[in-house]
Structure formats: C-alpha cells, structure tokens
Design a protein. Structure first.
Length: 479
C-alpha cells in the first residue's frame, strides 16, 4: 500500500521547506522531497537560496566589501594598512562553511519538526499521488491529501553563450572562481550580474557588463537606478547598455565575446564569463499531463492568488509561479499555503514585498515607483532626502545615495519607498511595516527616530513629502 501523508512538498528551497515546517507546526504528517546534490556530492536542503543563491552570494559580497574597505576606506578613519591581500581560497572556503551550516540547519529543522526528508526526485501523478525516485534509482508511490509544488527555478541559457566548465559559467560557477580573473565579462546587468560583478570587481577584476536593454535596472525607480549606475561605474564596473551578445568562443583559456552596440559590431576578450540573463521556472518532469496541473502562457505553473493550482489540494509556490523570484516571497507563499491547508485564513500582500540589490550602495524598494504612479494617472507627492545630509552617514563615511518616498496626494498614504544608500536593505523594512499598516507620510513624520541614525534619512524624506524636512536648505514652501 502507498505511504500516505497529509502534505507532500516537492522541493526543499525557502518555499518548500518553510511550507513543510509550517504544515508540521499545524500538526500535519509531512514529507519534503528534494533532489539537490551539493558540490561534495551530498544531498542538501535549502534550494537555490542556501546552496548557490542568496547566502553564498552575500557571503562573498561581505568578504569582498571588507577587503575593499581595508584597501580604500580605512585610511580616512586614520587606520593605516599596508600589504592588504585577499586569499581567494580562504574566502571561498568561508562561503562554503556558511552554506553548509545553513543547509545542515534546514535539515535539523525538518527533523526537529518531524518532517520526513525524502532525498530524490518527486513527480505529481493523477489523484494527488506522488512518484518518488530516490537517488539510488528505487521508486515508490506516495498518496498525499495535499501536494505543494516548490521546485524553484534554473538559470536561462543563451544558445550563443554555452557554458564551458569553469570558464563560461552561470551563477553557481561564478561563486567558485579559485583566483581573481584579470578580465571578467558578465552578460546581463540584472541583480545577479551586478552583485557577482561587484564581488570580483572589488578583488581587482576588470569587469565589463553587457546588457541588452538600453535602460539600467528598469524595475527600479529611475533616480535610484541612475545613482546606482553612477556609483558602480565609479567603482570601476564598465556597464555597457544596449549591448547585444551575438556569439562567444573559448580558446586558450580566453573567451571572445562578439556583440553589437550603438557603434556596430564589437569584440571583447576576457578570462572568465558569467552568463546571468534571468531565471526560468523549473518544471521539467515535475508533473504528468493527467495530474491536472497547468502552466500559464509564460511557462509558470498557473495558480490563483492563494497559490492553488487547477487541482483541488495541489498548490504551487515560489519561483515556479508568477511574481518576483525572491526567497522571502517563496517563504511567505509556503507559509500561507500550509495555513490554508490547515484550515486557517491566510494571504500574502503582494503589494508589500521588498526587493534588495546587495551592491554597494545597496538598493531597496517596496511599493510603487514614481514612474508607475505617474503612468497610472494617480495624483502623488514625493519627498527625498540625501544620506550626505545625515550625521551618522557622515560619521560612517557612507554619504552616497538618498531615500525617496512616494505618497498619495489626497490621502497622504505611502505608496512606495525607494532607497539607494548604506543599509538600504535594513531601512526598507521600516517602510514595509509602515505600508502594511497603511501609514500616511504624516504618521511617519510624527514618529521619533533615534539620533544619530541612518533611518533619520527615511524620516526626513517623509517630512520632505510635505516640504517639512528639518535638515534641508532647499525646503519646499508648503505649510
Ligand atoms: P529553490 O530555492 O530553487 O528550491 C527548489 C528546490 O527544489 C531545489 O533544491 C531543487 O533541487 C528542488 N527540486 C526541483 N525539482 C524537483 C523535483 N522534481 N523533485 C525534488 N526536488 C526538486 N532571493 C532573495 O530574496 N534574496 C537574495 O539575496 C537572492 N540572491 C540570489 C542570488 C543568486 C545568485 C540567485 C541565483 C538567486 C538569488 N535569489 C535571491 C533568488 C532566490 O534564490 C530564489 O527566489 C529562491 O531560492 C526560490 O525559492 P524556491 O523555494 O521557489 O526554489
Ligand atoms: P534579471 O532578470 O534580474 O536580469 C537579467 C538581465 O539580463 C536583464 O537586465 C536582461 O535585460 C539581461 N539580458 C537578457 N538577455 C540578454 C542578452 N542576450 N544579452 C545581454 N543581456 C541580456 O536576472 P538575473 O540577474 O539572472 O537574476 C534572476 C533572478 O534572481 C532575479 O530576477 C531576482 O529575482 C533573483 N535574484 C535576486 C537577488 C536579490 O534579491 N538580491 C539576487 C540575485 C538574484
């Protein structure tokens, strides 16, 4: 007889494992199937995020920013350093140790919550049955009352830039260079391209980023995008917009990239090339056609707002469904679905999901951009305030960037907050909390912010919405 579970989750990334843990909290009998094998050849939970995404990329961003500071920023504080050097092998090992701790931590959490971790591949069949194929090839059929599909995403491949082991790489390979490439090419000025391009640029690579579109980070507020582009260019990243790659070839450990830009056909020779042109939902061999699950026109699993597929009791979450490909979005969908299965009311507020680009300066935003509000014909007001006018930012020698607040002209409700600057990833959470509670700009104006603090820049931007910023000589004269 088939083993039966209240919930079978396919995929153990931030969406799947969170769903499994939450369902277990609610008293359900849960199995989580995950097929990932790490570079040591061992099964590892945590998905893209923990193994080759959020966590290892931030480990390298933090290591390399410390190196950058030691080389270029310490002197201003009076700290004299000579002969600072980077041991790339030690940096990569530290990253690997952090990844291992995270993935082992997820395994420990599943165990502590009584979730059965099945190591291998899962496939949804008709009637909410799940075929499980273990890594040794043995198969068994599980019967599930509910199934949560959480198989994540995979990098998009470019036919004109096929991967070549250790030379032309995707995001996973870009975390593994054992030495600093002298010349590094990156295809795609998206989040991965900018974060990983920054990592190697800080260690001395000459980085050229080729971006097909003529707009830099089009989803970001225009003023914020402009400021980030300027900062990254100042750091030495050579970002070329409207540059369309037409071909690549590898010979003698060098990559020749052919591309076209405004000046016609171009050639660039680099030592390593990172291809980071987006991700696609990973649905290969995930369900049979008679399972009843359908894809949408973009290849994502079709789901309603509550992540329910077309089959009652089958849900899909995270990168395989519409919406931003973000770990925290996957997690919240996983928790929501587990609660719905458990008979509770739950929903994700898709209008309030923060996004962060972990470059330096960081970029973070939530809600609508000024461009979106304008295009929708809504009446709005804007407040901005620069980190350069903030005492804590001056003390930290971190004065690049600003906070911008967009509010509804009539109701004063905050519609969006956009930050480029130090600790944007942390400050944005104040905006998320405020927006979740439907705050107006005035609500935030009346709050007391600790001094001196970088968050005061957010406070002043809220004040500036009504021309009331205290530390601004260019006060808008309203009331
Ligand atoms: P995944 O994390 O992709 O997990 C899916 C899991 O399912 C995998 O382990 C996979 O092996 C397994 N699987 C797939 N098919 C099957 C099957 N049939 N049977 C069994 N198992 C299966 N997001 C952020 O929010 N912040 C960041 O800073 C950030 N940085 C990133 C940096 C990089 C370099 C990359 C590549 C991504 C980054 N992301 C970041 C995105 C984030 O990693 C994803 O949005 C997130 O991991 C999606 O979670 P998920 O649970 O949907 O899928
Ligand atoms: P992306 O969609 O952010 O950017 C890809 C870029 O590549 C785009 O600007 C696109 O125009 C460009 N491009 C596409 N085809 C091209 C071509 N042929 N030549 C040149 N440029 C081309 O994708 P990504 O950077 O690969 O990241 C994938 C997803 O992973 C992101 O959308 C994001 O959701 C997630 N992610 C998040 C974080 C974070 O939250 N900090 C970090 C990394 C990744």
């Amino acid at each position: 007889m088939a083993k039966s579970f209240d919930v079978v989750v396919i995929g153990g990334g931030p969406g799947g494992y969170a769903a499994a843990i939450k369902a277990a909290h609610l008293g359900m009998n849960v199995a989580c199937i995950d097929m990932y094998i790490n570079k040591e050849g061992k099964p590892a939970l945590g998905g893209t995020c923990a193994n080759v995404g959020c966590i290892p990329s931030k480990a390298l961003l933090d290591s390399t920013w410390k190196f950058h500071e030691a080389q270029q920023d310490f002197a201003v504080h009076g700290i004299e350093t000579t002969g600072v050097s980077m041991n790339v092998g030690a940096m990569i090992k530290r990253k690997d140790d952090i990844v291992r701790k995270q993935t082992d931590g997820v395994a420990m959490l599943l165990k502590a919550n009584g979730v059965t971790w099945l190591q291998g591949r899962g496939k949804l069949l008709a009637g909410k049955q799940v075929e499980f194929t273990a890594h040794d090839g043995s198969t068994e059929t599980l019967q599930a009352a509910n199934v949560i599909l959480a198989s994540g995403s995979a990098p998009i491949k470019l036919p004109m830039a096929p991967l070549v082991d250790g030379v032309v790489v995707d995001n996973a390979g870009a975390l593994e260079f054992q030495a600093v490439p002298k010349r590094l090419g990156v295809i795609g000025a998206g989040i991965i391209g900018l974060e990983l391009g920054s990592v190697w640029n800080r260690l001395g690579s000459q980085v050229v980023v080729l971006e097909a579109m003529d707009t830099f980070l089009p989803m970001v507020d225009r003023q914020v995008g402009k400021e980030l582009l300027k900062s990254l260019q100042k750091q030495g990243l050579d970002i070329r917009l409207a540059a369309r790659v037409t071909g690549t070839s590898v010979a003698n450990n060098e990559v020749t990239i052919e591309f076209t830009d405004a000046n016609g056909e171009q050639k660039l020779v680099v030592d390593k090339l990172i291809v980071a042109v987006g991700r696609r939902p990973f649905t290969a061999d995930l369900f049979t056609t008679d399972s009843g699950v359908n894809l949408d026109e973009r290849g994502f699993i079709f789901v309603k707002d509550n992540c329910a597929t077309d089959v009652p009791g089958v849900y899909a979450i995270g990168d395989i469904v519409r919406g931003p490909a973000l770990a925290h979005k996957a997690t919240e969908e996983g928790v929501m679905v587990a609660e719905i299965i458990g008979g509770h009311h739950a929903a994700v507020n898709y209008d309030c999901i923060p996004s962060v680009v972990y470059t330096h300066p960081e970029v973070a935003w939530v809600g609508k951009t000024e461009e979106q509000v304008k295009a929708a014909g809504e009446e709005y007001k804007v407040g901005t305030f620069a980190f350069a006018a903030n005492g804590r930012a001056a003390a930290a020698n971190e004065t690049t960037g600003f906070v911008k607040v967009v509010a509804d002209e009539k109701t004063d409700r905050v519609l969006g907050v956009h930050i480029v600057g130090p600790q944007a990833s942390e400050i944005i959470m104040q905006a998320v909390i405020a927006m979740e509670f439907g705050a107006s700009a005035e609500d935030l104006q009346m709050m007391v912010f600790a001094h001196p603090g970088l968050s005061e820049v957010f406070h002043e931007a809220c004040l500036d919405v009504d021309g009331k910023a205290i530390h601004s000589a260019k006060r808008k004269r309203k009331k």
